[in-house]
Design a protein around this ligand. Structure first.
Ligand code: G3I
Length: 385
């Protein structure tokens, strides 16, 4: 795993303190950890960071149960929405940092690997940005946004999703407002701006559907180009919005191997496993896809009250298999982040159909660990096994 040297001392210190505290008071630990001394992050310690995306209720401390899980189970956080452009700079040159400041504070207080998500993304962009039709104008706003936001959290935010979802499924660049105004070199320019604002932060390119060979090839071609030109890029973020069967373990392994061969570590940045029907063979996380005609159709939400134990077991096995693979390749993996803390708050209850009941995470609607949680903790953490 790639751990920054600056954090190693802290980690050793925290480990010693943890051992001491545990020796004194393990009996008082939260319900999640009663059966053994492992938490998710301690179980995979030394292999990769273990994170969760947290919503604004959690960031602002309004959801105390979620805060408690985050503090005990994870050593990395990502803001699910609060650092996106539409919230940070909703109007031109007007910045709103209240939630973002609280988010960073939470991470610092708990010595977490803090992720910034996301600097340049065509979605959840402020309205004023969507209609710009002038290269200098949009370039000016991008530079100002990155300088202002990245500099504010310099030395505090450890990694930035610098550019998010800039590629189409065929491996070409998405025709976003950024591409349309600035052409194909805009991603390189954005990475350079981020580096200038905080040379120490890890700079990540983040996207979904990496298991599709053409899309992966397009992205990794860019990564290799950056490496050969000396443009700083520190990792690829594979979103990992998957389901019970797809992508296969072999396909996930191929992603890891190919990203590694391109010269950067991989982070699984947005892991969740949908258990609901997907009759359209739809994959990934293109948020504009919507199937509102199926809203309220019981066939599309077959488990409104409880996940049947058969599916619960399938989910547990799926997570176990995935983490087994992650351990096998932990030398190539920097971080694994779940996209949410518990099922009730997952975005997958409302995508691609509103109002379904999905079960994609490790904690249930009452904040209790699911069988999948246990199955992840049962993964042997020796990479050679
Ligand atoms: O801001 C409004 C708020 O004012 C209102 O009260 C509330 C009521 O529903 O809606 C709020 O906006 C919602 C926003 O999340 C914040 O909660 C939007 O309707 C909703 O569409 C939006 O969804 C987010 C989605 O990105 C938008 O693209 C999800 O929470 C978030 O999990 C999801 O995250 C993305 C990653 O950033 C990038 N990769 C894909 C991933 C899943 O789509």
């Amino acid at each position: 795993m790639i751990i920054k040297m600056k954090r190693i001392k802290k980690i050793i210190y925290i480990s010693l303190v943890s051992v001491l505290i545990c020796t004194i008071g393990c009996a008082n630990m939260g319900s999640v950890s009663k059966n053994n001394n492992s938490t998710l992050s301690s179980h995979f310690k030394g292999l990769f960071h273990l994170g969760a995306a947290i919503n604004e209720e959690t960031i602002l401390g309004k959801d105390s149960k979620s805060v408690s899980i985050v503090k005990s189970e994870f050593n990395s956080i990502t803001p699910e929405n609060s650092l996106k452009w539409m919230y940070i700079q909703p109007k031109a040159n007007q910045f709103e940092f209240k939630a973002a400041d609280r988010y960073v504070q939470l991470g610092l207080e708990n010595d977490m690997y803090i992720v910034g998500h996301a600097l340049v993304w065509h979605n959840q962009l402020a309205d004023f940005m969507q209609t710009i039709n002038d290269a200098d104008e949009i370039q000016g706003y991008i530079a100002n946004h990155i300088n202002t936001v990245v500099s504010r959290y310099k030395g505090k935010i450890d990694a930035w999703d610098v550019v998010n979802e800039a590629f189409d499924e065929d491996g070409s660049l998405r025709k976003s407002v950024f591409y349309n105004n600035l052409g194909e070199d805009y991603i390189e320019d954005v990475f350079k701006l981020a580096e200038k604002a905080d040379p120490q932060a890890d700079l990540i390119y983040n996207d979904y559907n990496f298991y599709k060979p053409k899309k992966r090839a397009g992205i990794l071609k860019m990564v290799k180009k950056f490496k050969s030109k000396g443009v700083k890029i520190d990792g690829v973020g594979v979103q990992a919005h998957w389901d019970l069967k797809s992508p296969s373990i072999d396909q996930i392994e191929q992603i890891i191997l190919d990203v590694h061969a391109a010269g950067v570590p991989v982070s699984f940045t947005e892991l969740d496993i949908s258990v609901l029907p997907n009759p359209w063979e739809m994959v990934g996380a293109e948020v504009t896809q919507n199937f509102s005609q199926f809203e309220g159709d019981p066939k599309m939400s077959p488990y409104p009250n409880k996940l049947p134990s058969k599916v619960q077991k399938q989910l547990a096995k799926r997570y176990h298999d995935i983490f087994k693979l992650f351990v096998k390749h932990s030398d190539k993996i920097n971080r694994v982040t779940f996209w949410g803390v518990m099922d009730k708050h997952s975005w997958l209850n409302d995508w691609p159909i509103n109002g379904r009941t999905n079960y994609p995470l490790l904690f249930d609607r009452n904040y209790n660990p699911k069988p999948a949680y246990k199955s992840v903790l049962e993964v042997n953490t020796n990479p050679k096994n």
